[in-house]
Design a protein around this ligand. Structure first.
Ligand code: AMP
Length: 630
């Protein structure tokens, strides 16, 4: 815990406070976050009913909430549809001709879509899927870049009551194959390629390798962006199928607790887990926080720089902005290509009012310097949100001064399992670099020590959520036992896996993981995933992965490898092993450093002591080594 003790000590010396500018405060939907929190506390059921009343229900619920330990059900008996709430609901309110989406791409002309046009495309896509036998509860794997077509496919699935599983189109063949197998999907929708940093990145060969020999997948639909891409027998052409499909498809009224999607994330052990979110509670939570925390309404232009492969891209690209009736910008490609000014020129072009990005991106812009901002004024930006990893004060202050000079820069904290913010700085709150903000209504948090004892304000420990919220995962796909294991009786609730501290103003700072999960450029990677990928290579007999601090990415991966007999340890093998991880898991998981070692430090029960490897690397105190075997 030494590294966190230092971080807490450092926090106590941070005293910068950034007041929200007058216009931001004036426009803020929530003028007093604590009063709003108390509204929830006073009568949770009435609070959630009011939030749910903003959305469309084919049938109203009988009971707003049923919580029993880790099991939680929301809007019980209600029937709704997440896609209806994004599309028809807005069209019925007169927003049909409003531009919902400005789609930019590094290498393609921009395209705009109104709410009505999106409804038509989503309906066509849904009809194509239905024609292949996809119905309620069926899983569809989506391996597509951030694009209108990707969003249409996601919405098409939930429209039918099918369950999408988006796999980030930067993941490798091993990761894709595991997700396809685990979901039991019979249909996969992919693109043949994507564009990144001026290069064409082929995706279809990764799909082909991932599906080789897998009989389970009966239909592959390919969005062909390059006419030269050939289809194998039985594969379908996305655009051709859409053109031939009926343009209308009614949304299926599903039970509020019916799964909408699953999204895999890394844990400390085993393989990545498919986190399941449902139509009712998820929609209510995402809509409530889109409008009340992110402060986005019909007059806003929103831009999230995430990707549909991550939870932010589900909640705050595919669903949240459309539920709020906003206009949004998406862009396929790198935020600093062709140069670091592009993001900000597009903010001006579309008069973006609220932007959501990650600390890693801010650090990248900071490195590019103020000159990249010379041809934009960013004067429309009211709010700039960051999430995904600890937001270091230096980057926060730089962003406040340079990126959103007329706006408010704020942090928020959440995770794949809890699909919307748990903690955040509201538009009406003082920004305090280093501190993520205060808890959202519904979120009751505590910091505990290893025995579950509650820590005082100012003391660091494990962050525990005491009771579920509507936007919390319902279960883990086909592994409810693993879902249950995310809760601890000893610690008294859902264990976030993070270390946090609260101060006497109710502000929380989240300092990093308490478990063996790494956070590289805001993306969660399990040490277990990297290690099992390495072990799948014949040259590796044992391996350990750790995270080391990285100025740009927050953390970078270092691995220790015990080579198998007969393999020559050297630069060639090191290269080959790092490439192997990249091929299997995707380039974000590629280790930056690899050391060959004779043995790994282990406890007597055989657990690798990653903590010790990390302490040695960083020259830190090695802590308690009494359980070390050797
Ligand atoms: P993911 O599930 O991939 O979205 O990753 C969630 C994890 O990212 C959390 O459990 C934290 O470790 C980290 N995280 C997200 N947002 C923040 C934040 N604002 N401050 C600190 N850590 C964060």
């Amino acid at each position: 815990m030494t590294r966190h003790a230092d971080a807490i000590e450092a926090l106590s010396h941070l005293d910068q406070r950034l007041d929200p500018p007058g216009n931001v405060l004036e426009a803020a939907r929530v003028k007093d976050d604590q009063a709003w929190y108390r509204e929830w506390e006073a009568d949770p059921e009435a609070f959630w009913e009011r939030a749910a009343d903003e959305l469309h229900w084919f049938e109203r619920w009988q009971q707003a909430m049923q919580i029993d330990g880790s099991s939680h059900r929301w809007f019980v008996g209600g029937r709704t549809n997440l896609s209806y709430n994004c599309l028809e609901r807005n069209i019925e309110r007169g927003l049909g001709d409003k531009v919902a989406l400005h789609a930019e791409c590094e290498d393609q002309p921009p395209r705009d879509y109104s709410y009505s046009e999106i409804l038509e495309q989503v309906s066509r896509t849904a009809n194509v899927l239905r024609g292949l036998g996809v119905g309620e509860g069926d899983r569809v794997v989506i391996y597509m870049p951030l694009s209108p077509e990707g969003l249409f496919t996601m919405q098409a699935c939930v429209r039918l009551g099918a369950v999408h599983s988006v796999v980030y189109a930067g993941m490798g063949e091993g990761a894709l194959r595991h997700r396809v197998e685990d979901s039991g999907a019979r249909v996969l929708v992919c693109a043949d390629l994507t564009y990144r940093r001026g290069a064409v990145v082929p995706l279809k060969p990764i799909v082909d390798a991932a599906l080789a020999g897998l009989e389970q997948v009966e239909h592959v639909i390919v969005w062909r962006r390059d006419e030269a891409t050939t289809l194998a027998p039985g594969e379908l052409d996305f655009e051709r199928e859409l053109a031939a499909a009926e343009p209308a498809c009614a949304a299926v009224a599903v039970d509020a607790e019916h799964p909408a999607f699953m999204l895999y994330t890394s844990g400390t052990t085993g393989s990545p887990k498919g986190v399941v979110h449902v139509h009712g509670g998820y929609a209510v939570g995402v809509h409530l926080l889109m409008t009340h925390y992110f402060d986005v309404g019909e007059s806003d232009t929103w831009w999230s720089t995430s990707d549909i492969g991550w939870i932010v891209g589900h909640s705050y690209i595919c669903y949240g902005p459309m539920m709020a009736g906003a206009t949004q910008v998406i862009r396929e490609g790198a935020p600093d290509y062709p140069d670091a000014g592009i993001t900000w020129q597009l903010v001006d072009k579309y008069s973006v009012t609220a932007l959501f990005t990650a600390p890693t991106a801010v650090r990248m812009f900071m490195r590019a310097g103020e000159k990249a901002l010379a041809d934009s004024d960013r004067s429309t930006l009211r709010l700039l949100f960051c999430a995904g990893e600890p937001f270091n004060p230096e980057a926060w202050l730089w962003a406040a001064k340079n990126l959103a000079p007329a706006g408010h820069v704020v942090d928020n904290y959440w995770q794949t399992e809890i699909a919307s913010p748990m903690i955040g700085t509201f538009a009406c709150m003082q920004g305090r670099p280093g501190w993520a903000g205060r808890a959202m209504p519904g979120i009751k948090l505590k910091v505990v020590d290893e025995a579950g004892g509650r820590m005082d304000d100012g003391e660091g420990g494990t962050l525990v959520m005491e009771q579920p919220v509507p936007w919390m995962m319902q279960t883990i796909w086909q592994d409810d036992e693993r879902y249950q294991s995310c809760f601890s009786e000893r610690l008294g609730g859902y264990v976030t896996g993070d270390i946090a501290v609260r101060d006497n103003e109710g502000y929380w700072a989240v300092l990093g993981r308490s478990d063996d999960v790494l956070n590289v450029a805001g993306h969660r990677i399990g040490t277990a995933d990297v290690e099992s990928s390495l072990i799948s290579h014949p040259a590796v007999s044992e391996s350990a992965a750790i995270g080391l601090p990285d100025e740009l990415k927050g953390e970078r991966i270092k691995v220790f490898v015990v080579a198998a007999n007969g393999y020559e340890q050297g630069a060639d093998l090191s290269d080959e092993l790092r490439k192997h991880v990249s091929r299997e898991l995707g380039p974000i998981a590629r280790p930056s450093e690899l050391d060959f070692v004779d043995t790994l430090p282990k406890t007597r029960s055989g657990k690798i002591m990653r903590r010790l490897l990390r302490a040695r690397e960083l020259g830190l105190d090695e802590g308690d080594t009494s359980t070390l075997e050797d």
